[in-house]
Design a protein around this ligand. Structure first.
Ligand code: B12
Length: 213
């Protein structure tokens, strides 16, 4: 089977919400030597985007999306474990990430976590629906080089403002990036973050730039 076919099989398993097959196809893709970046970009990320579009066009319903979400998380977890084996890669530093309070969307954020790990960062993922105080508590504990806030809903922007205000008022020096499809240059300025990203690869590039890596 060629690379294209392997990745297509993985993408379809994700779209069907079949976690077991997704894990199996990730492992097969790794074994045949397909790069982690390709697996993420051309199969997992593509599956996530297609599922989102099918939901928007009323071809997918809530249970389909939840199953796709589970398959994505299973696939990215399997990829992460395969990266952990390569401990000789020197860490570029620790990034703290989470979806802001009131927002449970975590598929995109989990993909960004995998992308960052693939780039050699250590990532502490607080999950979704994370209160500002939790970001602060963890930032004090681990002193991350960068904090990433994810949010997909318009109302998440005000929670980002609240979170960034709290972090700054407590003198947290980490760079801050916000991510999600609803964001713009204006909302980034309003939040007071160092930068924003509407997609994962753009986010990774901007993070490297912010950290001058
Ligand atoms: C999947 C989904 C859900 C799933 C979430 C499952 C999960 N575990 O995440 C479920 C069904 C649970 C859900 C629930 C709801 N949803 Co919803 N959901 C979506 C949907 C269809 C796709 C989102 C997604 O996963 N996309 C795929 C990923 C790969 O893309 P992404 O999330 O954008 O992530 C990328 C970038 O944003 C970026 N990124 C993301 N985070 C970060 C962080 C950093 C640091 C960086 C650098 C980059 C970055 O990189 C990612 C990878 O490229 C979107 C519509 C859409 N097409 O976006 C609506 C959408 C986000 N949902 C919406 C709404 C309103 C809701 C609900 C309120 C619905 C309801 N009435 O119950 C609830 C919210 C509950 C809550 N309190 O959070 C609205 C938000 C509208 C708005 N502007 O406020 C949308 C836009 C749909 C719509 N058009 O109305 N949803």
């Amino acid at each position: 089977m060629n690379e294209e076919e392997s990745l297509e099989k993985l993408k379809n398993a994700i779209l069907r919400g079949d976690s077991n097959k997704a894990i199996q196809f990730v492992n097969e893709s790794i074994k045949t030597g397909i790069e982690v970046k390709e697996i993420l970009n051309r199969a997992i990320l593509k599956g996530a985007e297609e599922a989102g579009n099918l939901y928007e066009s009323d071809e997918y319903f809530l249970p389909d999306l939840l199953m796709t979400g589970d398959a994505i998380n299973a696939a990215t977890e399997t990829l992460k474990n395969s990266l952990n084996g390569k401990s000789e890669i020197q860490s570029k530093g620790t990034i703290l990430i989470g979806t802001v309070e009131g927002d449970i969307h975590d598929i995109g954020k989990s993909l960004v976590v995998s992308l960052l790990q693939g780039q050699g960062f250590d990532v502490v993922d607080l999950g979704s629906d994370v209160p500002p105080e939790e970001f602060l508590r963890k930032a004090k504990e681990i002193n991350p080089i960068l904090i990433g806030l994810s949010g997909l809903m318009t109302m998440s922007i005000s929670k980002m403002v609240e979170t960034v205000n709290l972090l700054k008022s407590e003198n947290i020096q980490s760079r801050i990036i916000i991510g999600g499809g609803i964001l713009s240059k204006q909302s980034c300025e309003m939040v007071g973050a160092d930068d924003f990203a509407k997609d994962g690869w753009e986010g990774v590039k901007k993070i490297n730039k912010l950290l001058r890596i």
